[in-house]
Ligand binder design. Structure first.
Ligand code: HPA
Length: 276
């Protein structure tokens, strides 16, 4: 059963609030693989390693550190940064993957910027591009809201017409324009992983309307929508997807490409937050 454990989430939120012991920002950012440089470009206020948080899952994948950090982007504008997420392919239940989002909601987060590394399916994309996620396809075969629903928390049948806030998409585009960044826009398809896709799968996904493929994000976005948290999604295209790429995939290389994109990504996200 993928029921949300609201009691556990409350106790985690209380621990985080007491440990930070300062005002919690209203904006949270989830940093995807290789995008951790963001925290080097801002002032760190306070950090809590996941390992210190009772009942919080631990993240294991290379390129992820696992901590919650309050940063000051500039001029008293702060954000809560989640470095290291929980992936379905690691064996976490969807309810564990979204536990941080439940906690964010309890902490009063109203805007979520979610990022990830993905493989480009759209033939106009190049490795190194940044893509604004305008919609997604949940092709993981699971869903974080399966199970009993507490109608006090959110609706049984959640509308998904605007999973990614149009207002935030327009804002991100305006900021990109000012910074001379030309992001792509597209549909993100999420698979469970942990294998990279086959050529036939990518061909099928292209036919389904997907522009990029990855192994994260959609559960978190669904959960944020459940709590009416506004979402902006940004994908870094770290490689071309199977069959479009001429070479085999290599996780280390993909994380390396994400790190290169990280600087542009970080300055963009910083400005997005500043001007929100
Ligand atoms: N497929 C799935 N997940 C990914 C990829 C990919 O090609 N690149 C980065 N994350």
């Amino acid at each position: 059963m993928n029921n949300i454990d609201i009691q556990k989430s409350h106790s985690i939120a209380t621990y985080i609030r007491n440990t930070f012991n300062c005002e919690i920002p209203k904006i949270a950012v989830i940093l995807g693989s290789g995008l951790g440089d963001f925290t080097k470009m801002v002032k760190i206020i306070k950090t809590i390693p996941y390992a210190d948080i009772p009942n919080f899952p631990e993240s294991h994948v290379e390129g992820h550190r696992g901590s919650l950090t309050i940063v000051e982007v500039a001029n008293n504008k702060q954000a809560l940064i989640m470095e290291g997420r929980f992936h379905y392919y690691e064996g976490y239940a969807p309810s564990d993957v979204v536990l941080p989002i439940v906690v964010f909601h309890l902490l009063g987060i109203k805007t979520l910027i979610v990022s990830n590394a993905s493989g480009g399916i759209n033939r106009d994309f190049e490795s190194g591009d940044l893509m604004i996620i305008k919609d997604h396809i949940n092709f993981t075969g699971n869903h974080p809201l399966i199970g009993k629903n507490d109608n006090n928390l959110g609706p049984r049948f959640l509308d998904q017409t605007e999973c990614y806030s149009n207002e935030l998409i327009n804002h991100a585009k305006n900021v990109a324009n000012k910074l001379d960044i030309t992001p792509k826009e597209g549909v993100y398809i999420a698979v469970s992983g942990p294998t990279y896709e086959t050529k036939a799968e990518i061909k099928a996904f292209a036919g389904m309307g997907a522009d990029a493929v990855g192994m994260s994000t959609v559960y978190e976005v669904i959960m944020a929508n459940y709590f009416k948290i506004k979402v902006l999604g940004i994908s870094s295209i770290t490689n071309l997807a199977t069959g479009i790429a001429t070479e085999h995939h290599d996780h280390a290389k993909i994380v390396g490409t994400a790190s290169k994109i990280s600087v542009v990504f970080s300055s963009w996200v910083k400005q997005i937050i500043l001007e929100l």
